[in-house]
Structures are given as C-alpha cells and as structure tokens.
Design a protein. Structure first.
Length: 205
C-alpha cells in the first residue's frame, strides 16, 4: 500500500486493466472514430466508436460469430483468419456509413507483430478503410489465410492420423477438413468482397 501523500489511486477502469487513459486521450483528440478491437477465447470483436461528451457512441458493432452465421465460415471464430475477415467486414460497413478513416484502438492488448488485432486492421485496410498502421506489424498473407494450419494438418494426416483426428476434431465436426482451409478462406473472403463491393457500387450510383 502506497504511503506517499502524493500517491493517486488510478481510475477504476485502469485498476481493472480495462482502459489506458493516456492512449484513450490521444485517440479522442484526433477527432476521428476509433476502430476498437477486442478478443475473447471464442470470438474477435470489432467496433467503430465515436467519442461524444456524454459518452462513447458505437456506430458499428461486429463479432466474428457473424462469419459462421452469414458467410458459411467453418473455421475457428477466434483465429487469425477469422480476425482478418471480421476486419474486412467492418471496413466495408464503415465505408457504407460514410466513414473513410479511423484510428486503431487495441486497448490493453499487447501490440505483437502479426497478431490477431493487426489481422483485423489488415482486413479493414483491404476493405478500403484508412487506418494508420505500420506495414511491418501486419500478418503475412499466408498467416491470414491459415496456410500454417493447413500445412500442419497435412503433415499430421500423413504422419499420425489419430492425432490429426484429435487435434482438428472441431474442424471436422463443423464439416471442414483443415487441409482445405486456405481454399475455404478464399471462398468466404470472396463472398464478403462480392457482397460489399456490390453495395458500395449501388450507393455510389
């Protein structure tokens, strides 16, 4: 317990590890909406949030569970591929709302190069949304498409089929053979792009 008379108790959300107020202040002063990215054990969550004097206003909210519900995604909803696809959708949704530029808000997530939070940003960028981000921290195309998972699945299938069945039981249960993950990712990505490019064309015409 601090005894110094100058000690200041941090704000509750800072104590709980929820909010970094220094970073938040800088983002609010930019005057631009925030691309808020959070992750849970099961899902990736992305929101476009605008700061108002009375509190934050969520303009768009999206969870990666929408991938399975609306686009036939059979992979995990918490992996890098799902993070990218979630970012792709929210990027397009933002543009349909007339939002062209946002600042990233990854909260207290550690900014690890190639991580899921940067996969969301890469998806938003590919949708045409402007997000200030250094290209070096974005995951590679192979990582985004799940090629590393596909390669490992092929290796296990050949070397240890029983371990393959155990490791990828959830994929197989959902009807996806993990050695076909890249082609499945490409198919779902194409569905998203086709849908939203069509909507943008109609809006602009």
């Amino acid at each position: 317990m601090a005894r110094d008379g100058r000690y200041r108790v941090p704000f509750r959300r800072r104590r709980l590890g929820v909010t970094n107020y220094y970073k938040r202040r800088k983002m609010i002063l930019s005057g631009k909406p925030r691309l808020v990215i959070r992750k849970t054990l099961k899902y990736i969550i992305a929101q476009i949030v605008k700061a108002n004097p009375q509190g934050d206003e969520t303009i768009i909210g999206l969870s990666s569970k929408v991938l399975a519900k609306k686009y036939g995604w059979l992979g995990d909803c918490s992996n890098t591929a799902a993070a990218y696809l979630t970012g792709l959708i929210i990027g397009y949704k933002a543009r349909l709302k007339g939002i062209e530029e946002v600042v990233p808000d990854i909260g207290l997530h550690r900014p690890t190069r190639g991580s899921k939070v940067f996969a969301v940003i890469k998806g938003a960028l590919d949708a045409g949304l402007k997000v200030p981000c250094s290209p070096e921290v974005l995951p590679s195309e192979d990582r985004i498409s799940g090629k590393h998972i596909e390669d490992y699945a092929k290796y296990l299938l050949e070397k240890d089929p029983s371990l393959y069945e155990r490791q990828f039981s959830q994929y197989l249960k959902r009807g996806l053979r993990p050695e076909n993950l890249v082609s499945h990712f490409t198919e779902v990505k194409s569905k998203i792009i086709s849908k939203y490019e069509s909507l943008l064309s109609k809006k602009q015409s």
